[in-house]
Design a protein around this ligand. Structure first.
Ligand code: KIV
Length: 272
């Protein structure tokens, strides 16, 4: 039996809000290129996020800080070409939305117009609300991102859990409500206590998408290379590994190397 839903109707932001109301969980993954996006889209995920985690996963940086708007446009274009069902959301990279709401709006517009994204995501609460409002009032759907916000790594100094003091939790609840009021259609909650994520989820009429935020969120997101077990170095407890592609790929590549060295590849059937 196939686990792939037989409807290929495009997922919309409105559909995600309806899913929350109906109590239907929302499955999201990241994607950075056409071939993996096509495979992941066929799995039935509702959202493919072209995350600025591209900086870590694809570009090999330690942080997301070096990622540029041009990088995000390039990767989004590749993903959009391959996807027929999932909503493609693109991260706004560091310094593409912090200077002013006008600049944020213009850059978000490039992600929609030049890259073909269906929505943008940006990190932060009250401080980005004016930008979020300007975008949503002008036809650009926005996903918020609270909790651990990797673009602020140099301010926080670590990737540890956020929202564990009563003060931080209060600010996060206010931030979530402010983003919703500014028109955001969903909010990612990253690495916060499960109880706080549950509280925020019940406060909001828009969906929360958790990563390391417990089971009460309306949806979940993982970095696709983490959940497929491609890397052996990043092992936070919120990542469940559904495959061991690291081993599969090393074994396959090693077999290829052996075959070439032994001249058993290519065979007559593989030649012209
Ligand atoms: O960039 C990213 O991959 C993200 C997810 C972790 C939510 O923002």
């Amino acid at each position: 039996m196939s686990v792939v839903p037989n409807t290929r109707k495009r997922v919309t932001t409105r559909r995600l809000i309806e899913m929350k109301s109906a109590g239907k969980p929302i499955a999201c993954l990241t994607a950075y290129d056409a071939i993996s996006a096509a495979i992941l889209d066929a799995s039935g995920v509702e959202v493919l996020l072209v995350g600025d985690s591209v900086g870590n996963v694809i570009q090999g940086h330690d942080t997301t800080i070096p990622v540029t708007l041009e990088h995000m446009i390039y990767h989004t274009q590749a993903v959009v070409r391959a996807v027929s069902r999932a909503l493609v959301v693109t991260d706004m990279p560091f310094m593409s939305y912090q200077v002013s709401p006008q600049e944020a709006f213009r850059n978000a517009g490039r992600l929609m117009k030049e890259a073909g994204s269906g929505a943008v995501k940006l990190e932060g609460g009250q401080r980005v609300v004016d930008s979020v409002r300007l975008m949503t009032e002008n036809g650009i759907p926005v996903m918020g991102h609270l909790g651990l916000t990797p673009q602020s790594i140099h301010q926080f100094g670590s990737y540890k859990e956020r929202g564990s003091t009563p003060e931080e939790a209060e600010i996060m609840k206010r931030d979530a409500l402010a983003l919703q009021e500014a028109g955001a259609f969903a909010i990612v909650l990253e690495k916060i206590p499960a109880t706080l994520a549950a509280e925020i989820t019940s406060l909001l009429s828009i969906p929360t998408i958790g990563i390391g935020a417990g089971p009460a969120c309306d949806g979940q997101i993982l970095v696709w290379t983490d959940m497929m077990g491609m890397s052996t170095e990043f092992n936070p407890r919120f990542v469940r590994r559904y495959a061991d592609l690291h081993t599969v790929m090393i074994e396959a590549a090693s077999q290829y190397v052996r075959d070439v060295k032994e001249r058993s590849f290519p065979s007559d059937e593989e030649s012209y």
